[in-house]
Design a protein around this ligand. Structure first.
Ligand code: PEP
Length: 248
């Protein structure tokens, strides 16, 4: 039921104003492959400038707060992110779950706040290596999804990203059979949460995706795109992933 692949770059804490030229080059590649939805989530400091410089190219954020406003020093509300020009936000990334101790309940609140502000949402889930070795990967990931699932979620604004924590930034990628099993389990969990509409929710794979492995990963059933960290920083590395997605 998903018809278009979605390729999203997560720049994490990388990117000063000079790197806006990289977004320009990426937007140019994206323009060549209209069959693929592409977005870049730069640091928040670059959002407004990127939106102004590259109209029509999707720019997202890497987080937002769940509160509308208030005494939360250093945080940004979903309305602020939206006003800066972002069209979506990555929420519950494993680095935030680890570094900022974000819980499923917080991720759910953030997703609801983001949607209320008019943002699309990518909810990240993924198991640790210990959890996989203990045979608990599916249970852990589906538990995270259920706990983080926003009330009233719909296909127009919800995307899920499966990112095994041990595959992020390590150059290690799970076996295709394990990705297939997990994405099918996520689809099934989504069906339990939202009924048949779940068929239209895009489930991205994230974790060391690059130009060399994108084709294989994107060919796996229920892999509807990619969430890409390191290989999203330049058009040279990100372009081949977009191109690979366009072949489906
Ligand atoms: C990520 O952090 O979302 C990610 C997938 O990173 P990388 O592609 O570098 O593994």
């Amino acid at each position: 039921m998903v018809s278009r692949k979605y390729i999203v770059g997560n720049w994490k804490m990388n990117g000063l104003r000079d790197q806006l030229t990289n977004i320009a080059e990426i937007a140019k590649v994206a323009d060549e492959y209209q069959a693929v939805d592409v977005a870049i989530c730069p640091p928040v400091t670059l959002i407004a400038q990127a939106v102004t410089n590259f109209p029509g190219f999707a720019i997202g954020a890497q987080d937002c707060h769940f509160a509308k406003s208030g005494a939360h020093t250093g945080c940004l509300s979903a309305d602020m992110i939206r006003e800066a020009g972002a069209s979506m936000a990555i929420l519950g990334h494993s680095e935030r779950r680890a570094d900022q101790h974000e819980t499923d309940a917080e991720v759910k609140s953030k997703a609801e706040a983001a949607h209320n502000a008019g943002l699309g949402v990518i909810i990240c889930v993924g198991e640790s290596e210990e959890e996989r070795d203990a045979g608990k990967a599916v249970e852990v990931v589906c538990g995270q999804l259920e706990g983080s699932f926003p009330d009233g979620a719909n296909v127009d604004w919800l995307t899920v990203a499966y990112e095994p924590v041990w595959a992020i930034g390590t150059g290690r990628v799970p076996k295709a059979a394990d990705v297939e099993e997990m994405h099918a389990a996520i689809r099934n969990a989504l069906r339990n949460l939202m009924g048949e509409r779940a068929g239209g929710v895009r489930i991205l794979y994230g974790g060391s995706m690059n130009g060399g492995n994108a084709s294989e990963l994107l060919s796996i059933p229920n892999v509807d795109g990619g969430l890409v960290g390191g290989a999203s920083l330049t058009a040279e590395k990100f372009g081949p992933i977009i191109e690979a997605a366009a072949a489906f």
